[in-house]
Structures are given as C-alpha cells and as structure tokens.
Write a protein that binds this ligand. Structure first.
Ligand SMILES: Nc1ncnc2c1ncn2[C@@H]1O[C@H](COP(=O)(O)OP(=O)(O)OP(=O)(O)O)[C@@H](O)[C@H]1O
Ligand SMILES: [Mg+2]
Length: 312
C-alpha cells in the first residue's frame, strides 16, 4: 500500500483547487459545496459562534481546528440543524439550509457524526445501521426495527448496511450490542452509519478522539476513502499530525470566529494561529514545570508498580 506517496487523482484535484488561494479567513473557493454567511449562536452573554463567511471546497478534505471552546462543535450543530442559529444563512449545493430540520439536512446529503458517539448501546450493530438510514430519512424509530410491508426498501437498507459493515470490518460484530464495542469500533460504526444516506458532504466531529493507534490508521484510511469516492469531508481534529496527514486545507476557529485558513503544512506557523493557541490555555504546550511534574508522577507510578511486583 503506497497510496500515501503517490497522490491519487482526487487528492491531486483537491490540492490543485487550493493551490493559488489566498490564505485569508473566508477566502472564496473554486467550487464550494457549502457556503456560510454570518452565522451567529449566542448562549446568554457568550457568543459561541460568529462566522462571517466560509466556503468548503467540493471533493476536498478540509480540517476545522481551533482550541477547546473555539465553537467548532457549536458551528457543526448550526449547520446540520441540531441547534438553531440566532442569525445567518448557509447553502448546501446551492440550496438554503438555515432553519431546515436535522433529518432533512441529512436527507439532502449533508451528514455529521458526533464528538461523543451516539451509537445506541442497547441495540445491535446492524440495528444501529438500519436506524441510521431510517432516522436520517425522518421515518419512525419503531418502523426501522419492526417488520413492515415495505419489504423491498427494508431489504435494500439491510443490504447497504451489510456492505458498509464489511467495508468498515464490523461485519463480525453485526449482531453484537453497540455497547459492547470498543471506543474506536463505535467511531467506525458511527461513520458507517452516517454513510447509509449516501451523503455528499460528511462532517466528522473528532472522529479519531479516544481511538487506539491501531484503529486510528484504519479510521484515517476510511476518511481518505470518502474523498476517493467523490465525497467532501469536513472534520474537526486536535491532533496536528493527523490533520497534516489527511487534510487538503485547514480552517482555524478561535473564540467563535474563523481566524485563518491555509494549507496543512504551514497553517501552524501562521502568527494568528499561534496567538490563538497560546491565548487559549487548554491546548497550549506544557510548560517546563508541568512537564517535570508529569514526569515525576509517571516515575512514581512506575516505582510503585516495580515494588508491588517485587513484593509478590
Ligand atoms: N448548550 C450550551 N450552553 C451554553 N454554552 C455552550 C453550549 N454549547 C457550547 N457552549 C459554549 O460555547 C463555546 C463553544 O463550545 P464548543 O463545544 O462549540 O467548542 P469546541 O470548539 O467544539 O471545543 P472542543 O474542542 O473542546 O470540543 C464554549 O465556551 C462552550 O462552553
Ligand atoms: Mg467540540
């Protein structure tokens, strides 16, 4: 597998689209699938989101980064109809989407996953998949689980679910409760479930968070795969190595606004981005003192373990 070293046609096309763009917040893209204007969401006195203008290039993998509390998840919630913006408009494939309910947004081809996975733990993997399709179509919860007269449609949904489970290597878990899956497998299930509606734009909120390294590679592969199949991906991620690995373009949010855009290899050296991360305490690099403290804690834990072993 040397896909990394030789850019695929889709990757090359995405990179070409970004090649001559200005590295400014809100820069226009050659062929945007999503165009956002003046989206505001306030919580009491806090303005969580205030995005003036942003465009997502069709067929690309765009990363949305920013310190904790920057408003990334809140922004996703507005765009996908899971929350109601105080103001703003946005178009997906040229259609206005503000005020459209979540299931209709999904049906129109724009799906998202959640930072905290929403797999229903008391349902099996295949039931979660089937429900994904039905829910996103706005049909009833129970119809998705009960046999009905809509056999043909049900069979088609099951076939699609099985095909996706195989692709995501979850077919062996088909009849297991989602609650028995590992964190990483749940993330895979959520991504697979989002694909039930054959979306054009897939929005992933921290798809790799809390996933062990073995599955991380697999998840990264699946994200790249979405672009290879002609989909557009917008994903939130904190790990810059992963952002560099898979994204064609990066949009940076801080304190609710888009503060910078640019290619993944240079975005972190942008002064505005450095300021944003240093200004926000959470994601700032550890100080010497903090590092020392963590090192001592780790050593103490190791010593305790060694002593316990010796005492046995
Ligand atoms: N339902 C809510 N009620 C009140 N405040 C909220 C609500 N949801 C989010 N916020 C606040 O809005 C701001 C943006 O939060 P958000 O979760 O969108 O950030 P984020 O960029 O996704 O952060 P993280 O990287 O930690 O996931 C934060 O200050 C948060 O506390
Ligand atoms: Mg978030």
């Amino acid at each position: 597998m040397h896909a990394e070293t030789k850019p695929t046609d889709h990757k090359a096309a995405a990179l070409a689209a970004f090649k001559d763009l200005q590295r400014e917040p809100g820069v226009t893209k050659p062929d945007p699938i999503l165009v956002v204007d003046n989206v505001v969401r306030r919580f009491g006195g806090l303005t969580a989101v205030d995005v003036k203008h942003v465009e997502i290039q069709r067929g690309s993998i765009t990363a949305l980064i920013g310190p904790n509390g920057a408003g990334k998840t809140t922004f996703f919630n507005q765009l996908t109809g899971f929350d109601t913006a105080d103001a703003g408009e946005w178009t997906f494939n040229g259609s206005r989407m503000n005020g459209v309910a979540a299931h209709k947004v999904a049906r129109s081809g724009m799906v998202r996953t959640f930072q905290l996975t929403k797999a229903l733990s008391k349902l099996t993997v295949i039931e979660n998949m089937r429900l994904g399709a039905q829910n996103q179509k706005g049909e009833s919860f129970f119809r998705a689980l009960l046999p009905s007269s809509w056999r043909a449609q049900e069979d088609e949904i099951t076939a699609r679910a099985d095909e996706l489970l195989a692709r995501f290597k979850l077919d062996a878990k088909r009849e297991d409760f989602a609650g028995s899956l590992s964190g990483g497998q749940r993330k895979l299930l959520e991504m697979a479930r989002a694909l039930m509606v054959r979306p054009e734009l897939v929005m992933l909120d921290e798809p790799m968070a809390g996933v062990n390294p073995a599955l991380t590679q697999s998840l990264l592969g699946h994200v790249k795969d979405l672009r290879e199949q002609g989909m557009t991906v917008l994903f939130v991620e904190h790990d810059m190595d992963m952002v560099r690995d898979i994204s064609d373009w990066v949009i940076v949010m801080a304190q609710g606004t888009v503060i910078a855009e640019g290619p993944p290899d240079t975005i972190m050296s942008d002064a505005r981005v450095i300021d944003a991360y240093l200004g926000a305490h959470h994601d700032a690099p550890l100080s010497e003192e903090e590092l020392e403290e963590q090192l001592q804690e780790a050593e103490a834990a190791l010593e305790a373990e060694v002593e316990e072993e010796a005492g046995k």
